[in-house]
Design a protein around this ligand. Structure first.
Ligand SMILES: NC(=O)c1ccc[n+]([C@@H]2O[C@H](COP(=O)([O-])OP(=O)(O)OC[C@H]3O[C@@H](n4cnc5c(N)ncnc54)[C@H](OP(=O)(O)O)[C@@H]3O)[C@@H](O)[C@H]2O)c1
Length: 359
């Protein structure tokens, strides 16, 4: 197992990567991390997986995200293999995986029962070839399991040393609140982060629904699909290119692909074209602009990148150059194009508090 300091072949150099705390925890995560959904172990196999992970690691990315269900377990296997082959030091890395969807069809092979949380964690670790992950995510909430069972099971996994922290993914704010209250009441460890979709076209939940959670609990986000699966790169402006995600997964993205022919999708493409002009003003690309825009949000702990080639990793990290250029004026211009800023929660005429008022 590549868990120890032996066999280290590559030293980690954070380069110019900023690090943020993952929510209220002491864990430092790179502002850009890398995930394996659909790509690592799926459309990308063998040496190219190594090339992508090495390119990311060399650029200061030491956090890698996967899930039990990605490529039916192959994503964890490939990631584990590459960590070992590259000779990465375990302590340099932040590895996250997720449980819920399971790999088999049995009634206890998925979800968030104590049984699946414990068995699923052990199976994930086996596939990764690791003794522990840094964060284990509940990939969705399981409404059929009592919340106390879920919180206790993740605490058990942490006490066993199989994970350092636990977190949620695509839970409602109410579900996250319930987990916090149970953890608080029973003196257990609460989730530290939410892995949520956040991009220029998907804002209500991360920017509005979760807003009280950032302020009350210091919740952090590990954002996904921050390029809207590639839409925000501009690659779909004139149709679906060969070998792109939408062409390789036509069934999964069926409704998105159809919508691109309809007024709603066309309006999005028009916005991408207008965003491209702003990106050009900043000597950059719409891709880097879209990623920097999510990274600028103070509640974002890390933006999880998705990439099907090393070149995409390098191009996407140009977001670090755009970030300091996102002045208030540029942000307002972006807002004017997007026109989808979530309405603030109604205060019914109550006057605003000053900056110390915790509003
Ligand atoms: N918790 C959850 O439920 C959940 C859900 C989704 C994702 N995630 C996590 O978040 C990670 C990122 O999500 P995502 O993959 O959907 O992110 P994304 O950034 O929206 O999409 C990534 C895809 O866009 C294309 N792309 C990326 N950079 C590009 C570039 N510079 N030029 C052209 N095309 C580019 C690539 O696909 P092609 O080259 O194939 O077109 C790439 O695989 C996942 O890997 C996973 O770890 C979590």
């Amino acid at each position: 197992m590549s868990n120890t300091t032996t066999d280290v072949k590559l030293e980690f150099d954070p380069k110019n990567m900023p690090f943020r705390r993952l929510g209220p925890s002491g864990l430092r995560v790179p502002l850009f991390s890398l995930g394996g959904w659909l790509t690592l172990g799926g459309t990308v196999k063998g040496d190219p997986v190594k090339d992508i992970i090495k390119t990311a690691f060399d650029a200061g990315i030491n956090m890698f995200d996967t899930a039990e269900a990605y490529a039916a377990g192959k994503s964890e296997e490939e990631m584990g293999r590459v960590i070992k082959e590259l000779g990465l030091r375990r302590t340099d890395l932040v590895i996250t995986t997720k449980l819920f969807w399971g790999l088999r069809k049995g009634p206890n092979d998925g979800g968030l029962s104590r049984k699946h949380i414990i068995e699923g964690t052990r199976e994930s670790l086996q596939r990764l070839g690791l003794d522990y992950v840094d964060v284990i995510f509940a990939h969705r909430c399981d409404v059929s399991v009592p919340m106390e069972e879920i919180v206790r099971a993740f605490n058990w996994v942490i006490e066993k040393g199989w994970a350092m922290y636990w977190a949620t993914s695509e839970w409602t704010a109410r579900e996250i609140e319930e987990a916090y209250h149970i953890a608080d009441k029973l003196n257990l460890i609460a989730p530290i982060a939410e892995q949520c979709q956040h991009n220029m076209f998907h804002r209500e939940r991360p920017e509005k629904e979760y807003d009280p959670l950032y302020r009350k609990y210091g919740l952090g986000t590990t954002t996904f699909s921050s390029l809207a699966s590639g839409l925000l790169t501009g690659k779909y402006n004139d149709g679906i290119p060969e070998n792109s995600r939408f062409s390789q997964h036509p069934e999964f993205f069926n409704s998105t692909i159809k919508s691109l022919q309809q007024p709603e999708g066309q309006a999005k493409i028009q916005k991408v074209r207008e965003l491209t002009k702003i990106a050009e003003e900043l000597q950059s690309t719409p891709t880097a602009l879209a990623l920097a825009w999510v990274a600028k949000n103070p509640n974002t702990s890390t933006v999880i990148l998705g990439a099907s080639s090393p070149q995409q990793v390098t191009e996407n990290l140009k977001a670090l150059e755009v970030l300091p250029k996102l002045t208030d004026e540029i942000m307002q211009k972006i807002e004017a194009i997007l026109g989808n800023k979530p309405e603030p929660v109604a205060t019914y005429g109550r006057p605003a508090l000053d900056k110390f008022g915790r509003q």
